[in-house]
Ligand binder design. Structure first.
Ligand SMILES: C[S@@+](CC[C@H](N)C(=O)[O-])C[C@H]1O[C@@H](n2cnc3c(N)ncnc32)[C@H](O)[C@@H]1O
Length: 200
């Protein structure tokens, strides 16, 4: 198990849980949580995005498909004394969300790497980055569902990468009349990470 610190808060990172990385910090450093927001942190990993969002939010729901990540997030919520305002659920994408639950803000740092083959050595950890052949498997499923869980003026902050063609995400959203802005970007020699802000 590792331990990291962000904004004076301590986070435990269990083995087989995603270690917060450049993508996590691009989102964290540019979080836009309005006072009183109802926030969903989907694919929460160790829970860091939702826990930091809780500073301004009214209530936060954390979800992850990995039971190990869910246990890690629970530990960090307890450690940060936020059990009264953060709830943690296990499941695939929006499966753990009720149909009548509508959010002001959805945070998503998805698995986005193109990975061929299906021979995972370490299933739960590899799900953190495995986006299938094109890298877009989970992203595309998210894109067709998220709007059902947003309030009328709800927003999404999501990480995308050049490795799985973030322009496709932007085109998909614009074609459905969402406003999409690149709020922040980080360039590497092999990849460009972007943080999209999406609004109805
Ligand atoms: C790139 S990691 C991000 C973790 C954390 N939010 C962060 O920014 O450090 C992606 C997370 O999504 C979870 N995940 C992958 N597929 C998922 C799915 N279909 N539904 C829900 N969570 C999923 C993984 O278990 C992993 O914790």
């Amino acid at each position: 198990m590792r331990q990291i610190e962000y904004k004076n808060r301590i986070f435990y990172i269990f083995d087989d849980t995603y270690l917060p990385s450049d993508d996590t910090f691009l989102l964290l450093d540019n979080l836009e949580v309005n006072r009183g927001d109802f926030v969903l942190d989907l694919g929460t990993g160790c829970g860091i995005l939702g826990i930091i969002a809780a500073k301004n939010a009214n209530k936060v729901i954390l979800t992850d498909i990995s039971p190990i990540a869910v246990n890690c997030a629970k530990k960090n919520v307890e450690l940060n004394k936020l059990t009264d305002m953060i709830e943690i659920r296990t499941g695939n994408l929006f499966d753990p969300i009720r149909n009548d639950e509508k959010y002001d803000l959805i945070l998503f740092n998805p698995p986005y790497l193109p990975i061929s083959g299906n021979n995972k050595q370490n299933e739960w950890l590899e799900r953190a980055w495995d986006g299938g052949e094109t890298g877009r498997e989970i992203i595309d499923k998210f894109l067709i569902q998220f709007n059902n869980y947003l309030k009328r003026k709800g927003r999404v902050q999501m990480i995308q990468t050049s490795l799985s063609d973030y322009e496709k995400t932007i085109d998909f959203l614009k074609a459905r009349d969402f406003s999409v802005k690149i709020k922040a970007r980080k360039k590497f020699f092999f990849e460009e990470l972007v943080l999209l802000t999406v609004q109805k």
